[in-house]
Design a protein around this ligand. Sequence first.
Ligand code: SF4
Ligand code: SF4
Length: 181
Amino acid sequence: MMFSEDTQVTGIVFNIQHYSVHDGPGIRSNIFLKGCPLACRWCSNPESRSPRPELAFKEGRCLGLGKCTRCLGACPHQAIRPGSDGKPVIDRTLCRDCAFQCAAACPPHAAIVYGEHRTVDSVLQEVEKQEIFFSTSGGGITLSGGEPLFQEKFALALLREARRRRLATAVETTGFMPWER
Ligand code: SF4
Ligand code: SF4
């Protein structure tokens, strides 16, 4: 079997959401790409704006420094310090969004990373598991974000390869891009 070069193109994905019924016909899998040139006040996915992977902190999941201090010691830049409420505080002026050792060290995933380098093939292998829902509902995949055309090479490769695999495609875009894209 011949594989296209598109399968190995890499981009940054921050979420894949299955069983979506609001982003195109039928039941769909939304693939959220990171990065957007705008900063709308009503943005529903502000964690998608930066084009790079970035650290987030879900405070409600944190065990508290009385039970766990792993992230404090994990950061090589001393960007995490104890807060007055018994939870850690991330000093964003020191955080380098480095190799995310803090997130790797956090047992309940309170410190998490938004954004992961993925190949076209790995993304499509994941969404192809939903094919039965696509074919029975007239659904498919929707590229969203962020602004999916911000990663235009990855978006184009994803769409081309999805079509080769007979997946229906849609794109949610702001249209805020050079016309050629
Ligand atoms: S992402 Fe890196 S620099 Fe930022 S807090 Fe975590 S370990 Fe420290
Ligand atoms: S490692 Fe996780 S659970 Fe432990 S203090 Fe840090 S954020 Fe909280």
